[in-house]
Write a protein that binds this ligand. Structure first.
Ligand code: SF4
Ligand code: SF4
Length: 441
């Protein structure tokens, strides 16, 4: 029989939630190595969704590790401060391409003085402090969602909507990336404390921890979950349901309607690394100036690194024993998601959970795209049921109205449409520009 019976035909299902893209997590066994700061750090003054910060120190001024160097509270609640990742001197304010926003933005070059890491803020006792004090610290520490969205965490935690369920996202669905799951192995108590602080701020009792780790991989962490009455949900290690809305669907079997967000249905999702950052800010007085990421290349495999924001990628390459000329393309992200940086002098940002290098033997498959043959694969595979091919056409015409009708803003930037396209069309630019067109219209 040429075609399978209807109930055996899995294409639609595969195109929705069960896309298996050889998800590996070899780096899980690799402990974090801490990279010392580079001689010069490049720190963007905007590393969140929201307005840019202004430099609040002078060029030439000495700064402490963790000192606030950028803020703009007058621009509204969506601004979070930027801090110096090193003790050093503000050498220069520059403008350069922010690889995440795709726009030219302000950054500062900081000449590093030493490796000092004394926390800048006083620790707080989460049991004693009020909700408002805790929220203020979360903002002051510059915390944003570390799963990639960079949404200000204090705004998300301060929602006026009634939240009944907190989901902690440790799905980590990107191929070859393991830094979140590794964090669960290395910092179990801190993560649990961070989750409890978030729950206190939200006044939520029901908490689910969604993870791709398997039984026996994180025993200490799982014991703590049980002790703290946090339920554990094991996720299938398939791609793209790390996205908030899809995670809610997978964990609670509830749809978040288009144009709405999980809080609209009483659910809040936070990334596991964000919970850790919240704990560090409250209990240790540490602003968000470093994070865990997985460095991956086909030759080297995966390596978990603890890196300060503003560290140039070529410094990371040197640390792992690679040469900046060895890779033809470097992505701030995984093989499926993330922007390609113009050269390795670009720094990592708060949103960088991975750095992936491609050698000249792995040429960019999207370099010479062919015309669209209207096969429809991209439309079928999209996990949020939008039509990337139609969006591409509307973006080429700069038709904001049509883009809005096509719900471009629902795109979770999973990269699957580019992955399946036989014409090797890279959708990233059309989707990002499309979202910007709708936002600016
Ligand atoms: S990148 Fe966006 S449009 Fe493309 S498949 Fe993913 S969600 Fe759909
Ligand atoms: S997958 Fe590529 S070729 Fe097929 S419809 Fe989409 S854009 Fe066109």
């Amino acid at each position: 029989m040429l075609f399978k019976k209807k109930n055996e035909y899995k294409f639609i299902e595969k195109g929705r939630f069960n896309v298996d893209i050889d998800i590996k997590m070899n780096a899980l066994e690799d402990p974090f190595s801490t990279i010392p700061p580079a001689e010069e750090m490049i720190v963007f003054l905007k590393q969140h969704i929201g307005p840019e910060t202004n430099l609040v120190v002078n060029v030439g001024e000495s700064v402490r590790y963790g000192q606030k160097i950028g803020d703009n509270p007058d621009a509204g609640p969506m601004v979070v401060p930027i801090h110096s990742p090193v003790k050093g001197t503000i050498k220069e304010e520059i403008e350069m391409l922010n690889p995440i926003s795709g726009k030219i933005e302000k950054a500062v070059i900081i000449a590093t003085k030493d490796d000092n890491q004394e926390p800048f803020y006083e620790p707080l006792d989460p049991e004693k402090e009020s909700r408002n004090i805790l929220l203020e610290r979360v903002r002051e520490a510059g915390i944003v969602g570390l799963g990639g969205a960079s949404f200000p965490t204090h705004v998300k935690l301060n929602t006026s909507q009634k939240i009944s369920h907190l989901i902690i996202n440790a799905k980590e669905s990107d191929p070859n990336i393991a830094c979140d799951c590794r964090l669960m192995m290395e910092k179990p108590k801190e993560i649990i404390n961070g989750i409890n602080i978030m729950a206190k701020i939200l006044g939520v009792k029901k908490i689910t921890f969604a993870t791709r780790t398997q039984e026996g991989e994180t025993p200490e962490f799982e014991a703590l979950l049980e002790e703290n009455e946090i339920s554990l949900e094991r996720m299938r290690p398939n791609y793209s349901i790390g996205s908030e809305k899809l995670l809610v669907k997978e964990v609670l079997d509830k749809e978040v309607p288009s144009g709405k967000f999980p809080p609209d249905i009483g659910v809040l999702v936070h990334n596991v690394a964000t919970a850790y950052a919240v704990e560090e800010a409250i209990e240790k007085g540490e602003p968000l100036v470093s994070r865990g990421l997985t460095y991956y290349s086909k030759e080297k495999g995966g390596k978990n690194l603890w890196v300060r924001m503003g560290t140039p990628v070529d410094h990371i390459l040197k640390f792992v024993g690679d040469s900046p000329t060895q890779y033809e393309r470097i992505i701030l992200g995984s093989i499926l998601m993330g922007p390609t940086i113009p050269n390795p002098s670009y720094p990592i940002l708060k949103a960088t959970s991975a750095v992936t290098g491609f050698t000249p033997n792995e040429p960019d498959p999207y370099r010479e795209p062919l015309p669209c043959i209207r096969c429809g694969y991209c439309n079928t595979i999209c996990p949020v049921y939008i039509y990337p091919q139609l969006i591409m056409e509307a973006e080429k015409k700069k038709d904001a109205n049509r883009l809005r009708k096509l719900h471009v803003e629902d795109c979770i930037e999973c990269g699957l449409c580019s992955y399946v396209c036989p014409s090797r069309i890279r959708f990233t630019e059309y989707l990002t520009n499309g979202k910007n067109l709708v936002r600016d219209d």
